[in-house]
Design a protein around this ligand. Structure first.
Ligand SMILES: NC(=O)C1=CN([C@@H]2O[C@H](COP(=O)(O)OP(=O)(O)OC[C@H]3O[C@@H](n4cnc5c(N)ncnc54)[C@H](OP(=O)(O)O)[C@@H]3O)[C@@H](O)[C@H]2O)C=CC1
Ligand SMILES: O=C(O)[C@@H]1CCC=N1
Length: 265
């Protein structure tokens, strides 16, 4: 299978690396459209597979990945419009941009829209994807096999859920880093060094996630295992409840969902 990657940034590189590392795609079968040829290539894709001309990249590929920023897509679309054939699959990772708009601006017909996250870089990603009506089961499986090289994937038939997934799992790693950062700052105020705080918080997250993964208990039940009656955790959670942290998280995720919709309009 031959792959074209249009936009070689965080996600474009992650996809190239994951497909190659998993053995699903050979390095020589990855073609990259970039704004300027890279000075150093950190993987085994041949130098001559990199091009600034989409006409040298798209015809080679069975699957074409759109991995530019949503704001850069209109310009890219102009340069690739009409260059697709009916057998080629287009796989977009762009936040917000709808399948109908990709079809209209590029002339591509078989489109899959996906929302990965940054943990795809280490094979621990979460990708939610949806497909245009003309994509059969066989093609859907090809795409899912590719996506699964980056972690887990979930198919949704309702395209609106991609915007919702963008707000939850796409942006989600940043929320986790944000909370970790807040805990690290608090730990430093209590006298730990930066590196000690990092160890305390990092291991706490790792332990909690692994515990949760292997448990049949829900979040509330797990919290009850930590929070002794009249103890320290209860006191901390009361502060969070008083500050409506759950409501704030919901507001934040709704704002991200709204932004994803705006990016597509
Ligand atoms: N980062 C993340 O965690 C996630 C990102 N996404 C989505 O992935 C997409 C890419 O994000 P990310 O990889 O972080 O962004 P990056 O900015 O890292 O990568 C985009 C790349 O596309 C290049 N580019 C822009 N226009 C063109 C063009 N016309 N031709 C060729 N190359 C072009 C950019 O070059 P230059 O820098 O020179 O402009 C850049 O190298 C976005 O649409 C985002 O919504 C989805 C899920 C998670
Ligand atoms: O912040 C963004 O717009 C992209 C989409 C999800 C993660 N990063």
């Amino acid at each position: 299978m031959k792959i074209a990657i249009l936009g070689y940034g965080n996600m474009g590189k992650t996809y190239a690396q994951s497909f190659i590392n998993s053995g699903v795609v050979k390095p020589a079968d990855v073609f990259v459209l970039c704004k300027r040829p890279p000075l150093i290539i950190n993987n085994t894709i041949p130098f001559e597979n990199f091009s600034t001309n989409s006409s040298e990249v798209i015809p080679n590929a069975d699957v074409i990945i759109l991995s530019v920023k949503p704001q850069d897509f209109p310009e890219l679309a102009k340069s690739i419009s009409g260059k697709f054939n009916d057998n080629q699959l287009v796989l977009s990772v762009m936040a917000g941009v709808k399948m109908a708009s990709i079809a209209l601006s590029t002339g591509a017909s078989k489109i899959v829209r996906s929302m990965p996250n940054v943990a795809s870089q280490i094979g621990m990603g979460m990708t939610v994807f949806s497909a245009s009506g003309n994509i059969g089961m066989e093609n859907l499986m090809i795409v899912q096999n590719l996506l699964n090289t980056t972690g887990k994937s979930l198919y949704v038939s309702d395209e609106d859920k991609i915007d919702a997934a963008t707000a939850v799992s796409g942006s989600g790693p940043a929320y986790v880093f944000y909370f970790m950062e807040a805990m690290m700052q608090a730990a430093q105020k209590l006298g730990f060094t930066e590196s000690e705080a990092e160890t305390l918080v990092g291991q706490t997250f790792m332990g909690a996630i692994n515990l949760q993964n292997g448990s049949s208990l829900n979040g509330r039940e797990l919290i009850a295992k930590v929070a002794s009656k009249g103890g320290t955790t209860e006191r901390a959670l009361a502060v969070m409840d008083n500050a409506s942290v759950t409501e704030i998280v919901s507001k934040a995720i709704n704002a991200a969902n709204q932004r994803a919709r705006e990016l597509g309009s």
